[in-house]
Design a protein around this ligand. Structure first.
Ligand SMILES: [Zn+2]
Length: 156
């Protein structure tokens, strides 16, 4: 059962709380350089006129791969003031899954580096080694960057 499927006819005027935990496959990540843990969520969903307002807390632990030294490191997405507004157009139901998934994945660093780790901070052992290398562009993304974007592409 999808907890993020909102039946608007059943949504109380004062809104509804969606609190719980979804298994890691919620994120549907297939990239080899990114793995996700479960999603913890505590959201309030309220209809206001022609839009659905979602606010609350989203938290998930990921393992990313440093694009510089290729080490894997933990990274926590902790959105404690998450907000989303979804316009309604005669919808009977709204599925928040895609919105939540995409917003969380967008909170991951585009170019993961060891020093971005917010769980076990560490210096990248390869830092400085590639100072003469220009930043990667769209034509030559290192694998770690590609992984994130592939994961996002799969959402569409
Ligand atoms: Zn590194």
């Amino acid at each position: 059962m999808n907890p993020f499927l909102i039946d608007l006819s059943q949504l109380p005027a004062e809104g509804k709380t969606l609190r719980g935990r979804q298994p890691a496959d919620f994120f549907q990540i297939e990239a080899e350089d990114t793995t996700a843990g479960p999603l913890n969520h505590d959201l309030q969903v309220v209809r206001e006129g022609d839009s659905l307002h979602v606010a609350g807390h989203l938290e998930a632990d990921f393992t990313l791969q440093c694009g510089r030294c290729l080490a894997r490191f933990p990274y926590r997405v902790d959105l404690d003031a998450y907000r989303a507004e979804i316009p309604l157009e005669n919808d009977a139901t709204i599925d928040l899954t895609e919105t939540l998934r995409e917003d969380i994945l967008l909170a991951l660093p585009n170019f993961p580096r060891c020093e971005d780790g917010n769980v076990e901070p560490r210096d990248c052992p390869a830092e400085g080694r590639f100072d003469s290398t220009p930043p990667a562009d769209e034509t030559g993304l290192p694998g770690a960057e590609r992984g994130i974007w592939n994961a996002l592409d799969q959402l569409k």
